[in-house]
Design a protein around this ligand. Structure first.
Ligand code: NAP
Length: 277
Protein backbone atom coordinates (compact mmCIF):
# COMPACT_ATOMS: atom_id res chain seq x y z
CA UNK A 1 0.00 0.00 0.00
CA UNK A 2 1.23 3.48 -0.81
CA UNK A 3 2.83 5.36 2.10
CA UNK A 4 1.99 9.03 2.56
CA UNK A 5 4.24 11.71 4.06
CA UNK A 6 3.88 15.49 4.35
CA UNK A 7 5.41 18.73 5.56
CA UNK A 8 3.16 21.21 7.34
CA UNK A 9 3.85 24.89 7.93
CA UNK A 10 2.63 28.38 7.09
CA UNK A 11 3.83 29.45 4.56
CA UNK A 12 4.87 26.18 2.92
CA UNK A 13 5.13 26.79 -0.86
CA UNK A 14 8.88 27.57 -0.62
CA UNK A 15 9.77 24.24 1.03
CA UNK A 16 12.31 22.07 -0.77
CA UNK A 17 11.41 19.03 1.35
CA UNK A 18 8.79 17.52 -1.05
CA UNK A 19 11.22 17.47 -3.97
CA UNK A 20 13.99 16.01 -1.79
CA UNK A 21 11.92 13.21 -0.24
CA UNK A 22 10.09 12.30 -3.47
CA UNK A 23 13.45 11.98 -5.25
CA UNK A 24 14.68 9.62 -2.52
CA UNK A 25 11.50 7.48 -2.77
CA UNK A 26 11.97 7.22 -6.51
CA UNK A 27 15.66 6.28 -6.14
CA UNK A 28 14.86 3.67 -3.52
CA UNK A 29 11.96 2.24 -5.58
CA UNK A 30 9.37 2.99 -2.86
CA UNK A 31 5.65 3.40 -3.43
CA UNK A 32 5.45 6.60 -1.37
CA UNK A 33 4.61 10.28 -1.81
CA UNK A 34 5.45 13.44 0.19
CA UNK A 35 3.21 16.52 -0.07
CA UNK A 36 3.37 20.10 1.25
CA UNK A 37 0.30 21.16 3.25
CA UNK A 38 -0.33 24.69 4.47
CA UNK A 39 -1.77 24.58 8.00
CA UNK A 40 -2.81 27.73 9.87
CA UNK A 41 -1.96 27.94 13.57
CA UNK A 42 -5.62 27.67 14.59
CA UNK A 43 -6.05 24.45 12.54
CA UNK A 44 -3.00 22.59 13.84
CA UNK A 45 -4.78 20.22 16.24
CA UNK A 46 -7.39 19.30 13.61
CA UNK A 47 -4.64 18.69 11.03
CA UNK A 48 -2.70 16.38 13.38
CA UNK A 49 -5.87 14.41 14.23
CA UNK A 50 -6.72 14.10 10.53
CA UNK A 51 -3.26 12.70 9.75
CA UNK A 52 -3.74 10.17 12.51
CA UNK A 53 -7.16 9.15 11.21
CA UNK A 54 -5.98 8.89 7.61
CA UNK A 55 -2.93 6.80 8.50
CA UNK A 56 -0.25 9.19 7.23
CA UNK A 57 3.10 7.41 7.89
CA UNK A 58 4.99 10.51 8.99
CA UNK A 59 5.35 14.24 8.53
CA UNK A 60 7.72 17.14 9.03
CA UNK A 61 6.85 20.36 10.80
CA UNK A 62 8.22 23.75 9.96
CA UNK A 63 7.68 27.36 11.05
CA UNK A 64 5.51 28.27 12.98
CA UNK A 65 4.37 24.90 14.43
CA UNK A 66 7.55 23.26 15.80
CA UNK A 67 6.74 24.02 19.44
CA UNK A 68 2.95 24.34 19.42
CA UNK A 69 2.49 20.83 17.98
CA UNK A 70 3.88 19.14 21.13
CA UNK A 71 0.59 18.90 23.14
CA UNK A 72 -1.15 17.24 20.17
CA UNK A 73 1.31 14.31 19.93
CA UNK A 74 1.12 11.03 21.90
CA UNK A 75 4.85 10.66 22.60
CA UNK A 76 7.93 12.89 22.43
CA UNK A 77 11.49 11.62 22.05
CA UNK A 78 14.01 12.75 24.74
CA UNK A 79 16.01 15.05 22.42
CA UNK A 80 12.88 16.80 21.14
CA UNK A 81 11.62 17.15 24.71
CA UNK A 82 14.88 18.74 25.75
CA UNK A 83 14.76 21.10 22.77
CA UNK A 84 11.09 21.95 23.24
CA UNK A 85 10.56 21.59 19.49
CA UNK A 86 9.56 18.84 17.05
CA UNK A 87 10.36 18.79 13.32
CA UNK A 88 9.55 15.14 12.55
CA UNK A 89 6.56 12.97 13.49
CA UNK A 90 6.53 9.19 13.12
CA UNK A 91 3.40 7.05 13.16
CA UNK A 92 4.22 4.07 15.39
CA UNK A 93 2.87 0.54 14.83
CA UNK A 94 0.18 1.07 17.48
CA UNK A 95 -1.00 4.21 15.64
CA UNK A 96 0.51 6.66 18.17
CA UNK A 97 2.22 9.77 16.80
CA UNK A 98 5.75 10.32 18.17
CA UNK A 99 7.68 13.60 17.80
CA UNK A 100 11.43 13.85 17.13
CA UNK A 101 13.82 16.68 16.38
CA UNK A 102 16.45 16.06 13.70
CA UNK A 103 17.66 19.66 13.18
CA UNK A 104 20.55 19.60 15.66
CA UNK A 105 21.97 16.23 14.60
CA UNK A 106 21.49 17.27 10.96
CA UNK A 107 23.63 20.33 11.61
CA UNK A 108 26.44 18.38 13.33
CA UNK A 109 26.57 15.82 10.50
CA UNK A 110 26.82 18.62 7.97
CA UNK A 111 29.53 20.46 9.94
CA UNK A 112 31.65 17.35 10.50
CA UNK A 113 31.27 16.21 6.90
CA UNK A 114 33.22 19.35 6.07
CA UNK A 115 35.66 19.75 9.00
CA UNK A 116 35.88 16.28 10.59
CA UNK A 117 35.86 15.75 14.34
CA UNK A 118 39.21 17.24 15.28
CA UNK A 119 37.85 20.67 16.24
CA UNK A 120 35.60 19.48 19.06
CA UNK A 121 37.85 21.07 21.70
CA UNK A 122 38.03 24.48 19.96
CA UNK A 123 36.11 27.57 21.16
CA UNK A 124 32.77 27.77 19.36
CA UNK A 125 30.22 30.60 19.25
CA UNK A 126 26.54 30.11 18.40
CA UNK A 127 24.86 33.31 17.19
CA UNK A 128 21.13 33.14 17.96
CA UNK A 129 19.06 31.34 20.58
CA UNK A 130 15.87 30.38 18.73
CA UNK A 131 14.54 26.87 18.12
CA UNK A 132 17.29 25.92 15.67
CA UNK A 133 20.12 27.29 17.83
CA UNK A 134 18.80 25.38 20.83
CA UNK A 135 18.80 22.09 18.92
CA UNK A 136 22.26 22.76 17.50
CA UNK A 137 23.69 23.57 20.95
CA UNK A 138 22.25 20.35 22.36
CA UNK A 139 23.55 18.21 19.48
CA UNK A 140 27.02 19.81 19.65
CA UNK A 141 27.26 19.13 23.38
CA UNK A 142 26.08 15.53 22.85
CA UNK A 143 28.75 15.09 20.15
CA UNK A 144 31.53 16.20 22.51
CA UNK A 145 32.03 19.91 21.71
CA UNK A 146 33.58 21.21 24.91
CA UNK A 147 33.74 24.99 24.68
CA UNK A 148 30.33 26.43 23.68
CA UNK A 149 29.38 30.11 23.93
CA UNK A 150 26.00 31.53 22.91
CA UNK A 151 25.12 35.11 22.03
CA UNK A 152 21.65 36.44 21.22
CA UNK A 153 19.80 39.72 20.87
CA UNK A 154 17.53 38.62 23.75
CA UNK A 155 20.17 37.53 26.24
CA UNK A 156 17.79 35.59 28.53
CA UNK A 157 17.18 33.07 25.72
CA UNK A 158 20.92 32.45 25.38
CA UNK A 159 21.08 31.95 29.16
CA UNK A 160 18.25 29.40 28.95
CA UNK A 161 20.25 27.36 26.43
CA UNK A 162 23.40 27.37 28.56
CA UNK A 163 21.38 26.48 31.68
CA UNK A 164 19.86 23.54 29.82
CA UNK A 165 23.30 22.40 28.59
CA UNK A 166 24.76 22.63 32.08
CA UNK A 167 28.01 24.18 30.79
CA UNK A 168 29.19 27.00 28.53
CA UNK A 169 29.03 30.78 28.47
CA UNK A 170 26.77 33.62 27.35
CA UNK A 171 28.08 36.87 25.86
CA UNK A 172 26.35 40.08 24.79
CA UNK A 173 26.50 41.61 21.32
CA UNK A 174 28.94 44.26 22.62
CA UNK A 175 31.24 41.55 23.93
CA UNK A 176 31.06 39.71 20.59
CA UNK A 177 32.32 42.84 18.80
CA UNK A 178 35.48 42.68 20.94
CA UNK A 179 36.02 38.91 21.06
CA UNK A 180 34.79 37.48 17.73
CA UNK A 181 38.36 36.72 16.64
CA UNK A 182 38.87 34.31 19.56
CA UNK A 183 36.40 31.76 18.24
CA UNK A 184 37.58 29.05 15.85
CA UNK A 185 34.03 27.97 14.95
CA UNK A 186 31.18 30.45 14.36
CA UNK A 187 27.62 29.25 13.81
CA UNK A 188 25.12 31.77 12.45
CA UNK A 189 21.67 30.54 13.56
CA UNK A 190 19.43 33.60 13.07
CA UNK A 191 17.52 34.57 9.89
CA UNK A 192 20.16 37.28 9.15
CA UNK A 193 21.02 37.28 5.46
CA UNK A 194 17.94 35.28 4.46
CA UNK A 195 16.53 36.22 1.07
CA UNK A 196 12.95 36.47 2.25
CA UNK A 197 13.70 37.31 5.88
CA UNK A 198 13.19 41.08 5.74
CA UNK A 199 15.94 43.36 6.94
CA UNK A 200 17.53 41.19 9.62
CA UNK A 201 21.19 41.98 10.21
CA UNK A 202 23.48 40.91 13.04
CA UNK A 203 23.78 43.35 15.98
CA UNK A 204 27.62 43.35 15.82
CA UNK A 205 30.34 43.69 13.20
CA UNK A 206 31.67 40.49 11.62
CA UNK A 207 34.91 42.20 10.55
CA UNK A 208 36.89 40.73 13.45
CA UNK A 209 36.59 37.06 12.42
CA UNK A 210 39.95 35.28 12.64
CA UNK A 211 41.64 34.20 9.40
CA UNK A 212 41.41 30.49 10.10
CA UNK A 213 37.76 30.67 11.08
CA UNK A 214 35.26 27.89 10.35
CA UNK A 215 31.98 29.68 9.63
CA UNK A 216 28.70 27.80 9.36
CA UNK A 217 25.38 29.42 8.46
CA UNK A 218 22.06 27.63 8.79
CA UNK A 219 20.33 29.97 6.34
CA UNK A 220 20.62 28.42 2.87
CA UNK A 221 18.75 30.83 0.63
CA UNK A 222 20.91 32.57 -0.46
CA UNK A 223 23.60 29.95 -0.29
CA UNK A 224 26.33 32.48 0.45
CA UNK A 225 25.02 34.87 3.11
CA UNK A 226 26.99 38.07 3.90
CA UNK A 227 28.35 36.19 6.96
CA UNK A 228 29.74 33.35 4.81
CA UNK A 229 30.96 35.69 2.08
CA UNK A 230 33.05 37.58 4.62
CA UNK A 231 34.48 34.36 6.11
CA UNK A 232 35.40 33.13 2.64
CA UNK A 233 36.96 36.45 1.66
CA UNK A 234 39.40 36.26 4.59
CA UNK A 235 40.33 32.64 3.79
CA UNK A 236 38.06 30.86 6.26
CA UNK A 237 36.29 27.53 5.78
CA UNK A 238 32.58 27.90 5.07
CA UNK A 239 29.70 25.49 5.70
CA UNK A 240 26.43 26.47 4.02
CA UNK A 241 22.96 25.64 5.43
CA UNK A 242 22.20 23.10 2.67
CA UNK A 243 24.00 20.23 4.42
CA UNK A 244 21.95 20.74 7.59
CA UNK A 245 18.75 20.84 5.56
CA UNK A 246 19.55 17.60 3.70
CA UNK A 247 20.76 15.72 6.80
CA UNK A 248 17.78 16.74 8.97
CA UNK A 249 15.58 15.34 6.18
CA UNK A 250 17.70 12.20 5.87
CA UNK A 251 17.47 11.48 9.61
CA UNK A 252 13.66 11.90 9.38
CA UNK A 253 13.66 9.52 6.38
CA UNK A 254 15.60 6.97 8.42
CA UNK A 255 13.05 7.22 11.28
CA UNK A 256 10.23 6.56 8.81
CA UNK A 257 11.75 4.00 6.47
CA UNK A 258 14.62 2.37 8.33
CA UNK A 259 17.65 3.35 6.24
CA UNK A 260 19.69 6.49 5.52
CA UNK A 261 19.11 7.88 2.00
CA UNK A 262 21.89 9.16 -0.28
CA UNK A 263 22.81 12.64 0.88
CA UNK A 264 25.91 13.60 -1.09
CA UNK A 265 24.24 13.97 -4.49
CA UNK A 266 21.25 15.72 -2.83
CA UNK A 267 23.51 18.37 -1.26
CA UNK A 268 25.19 18.90 -4.65
CA UNK A 269 21.84 19.09 -6.43
CA UNK A 270 20.26 21.65 -4.07
CA UNK A 271 23.49 23.67 -3.97
CA UNK A 272 23.48 23.79 -7.79
CA UNK A 273 19.82 24.87 -7.87
CA UNK A 274 20.49 27.67 -5.39
CA UNK A 275 23.62 28.76 -7.24
CA UNK A 276 21.60 29.06 -10.44
CA UNK A 277 18.59 30.80 -8.80
P1 NAP B 1 13.44 31.35 15.69
O1 NAP B 1 13.13 30.31 16.70
O2 NAP B 1 12.40 32.34 15.30
O3 NAP B 1 14.75 32.16 16.24
C1 NAP B 1 15.25 33.26 15.55
C2 NAP B 1 16.57 33.71 16.17
O4 NAP B 1 17.08 34.80 15.40
C3 NAP B 1 16.44 34.23 17.60
O5 NAP B 1 17.67 33.99 18.25
C4 NAP B 1 16.25 35.73 17.36
O6 NAP B 1 16.66 36.56 18.44
C5 NAP B 1 17.19 35.96 16.21
N1 NAP B 1 16.80 37.15 15.45
C6 NAP B 1 15.66 37.32 14.74
N2 NAP B 1 15.65 38.56 14.20
C7 NAP B 1 16.79 39.17 14.60
C8 NAP B 1 17.34 40.47 14.39
N3 NAP B 1 16.70 41.39 13.66
N4 NAP B 1 18.53 40.75 14.95
C9 NAP B 1 19.17 39.83 15.70
N5 NAP B 1 18.71 38.60 15.96
C10 NAP B 1 17.52 38.26 15.40
O7 NAP B 1 13.94 30.70 14.31
P2 NAP B 1 14.69 29.30 14.09
O8 NAP B 1 13.68 28.24 13.89
O9 NAP B 1 15.72 29.15 15.14
O10 NAP B 1 15.37 29.54 12.66
C11 NAP B 1 16.41 30.48 12.48
C12 NAP B 1 16.85 30.45 11.02
O11 NAP B 1 17.36 29.17 10.71
C13 NAP B 1 15.71 30.70 10.02
O12 NAP B 1 16.21 31.53 9.01
C14 NAP B 1 15.41 29.31 9.48
O13 NAP B 1 14.92 29.36 8.15
C15 NAP B 1 16.79 28.66 9.52
N6 NAP B 1 16.75 27.19 9.64
C16 NAP B 1 17.47 26.46 8.75
C17 NAP B 1 17.46 25.08 8.85
C18 NAP B 1 18.25 24.25 7.86
O14 NAP B 1 17.93 23.07 7.70
N7 NAP B 1 19.29 24.78 7.22
C19 NAP B 1 16.72 24.44 9.86
C20 NAP B 1 16.01 25.23 10.78
C21 NAP B 1 16.04 26.61 10.65
P3 NAP B 1 15.63 36.93 19.63
O15 NAP B 1 15.65 35.74 20.55
O16 NAP B 1 16.21 38.15 20.24
O17 NAP B 1 14.28 37.17 19.00
Amino acid sequence: MKKWFAVIGDPIAQSKSPEMHNTWYEQDGLDAAYVPIQVKAEDLEKAVNSFKLLGVSGFNITIPHKTTIIPFLDEIDETAKHMGAVNTVVRLQNGNLKGYNTDGDGFVRSLEEKIGQEHRHQPLLIIGAGGAARGIAYALKKSGYEDITVTNRTISKAEDIIDALGSGKVITSDEVSKSLGQYKILIQATPAGMQYGGEVSLPFSIEQMSKGVIAADIVYNPLMTPFLRHAKAIGGTVVTGVGMFVHQGAIAYEHWLGHYPKTEFMIERITKQLNEA
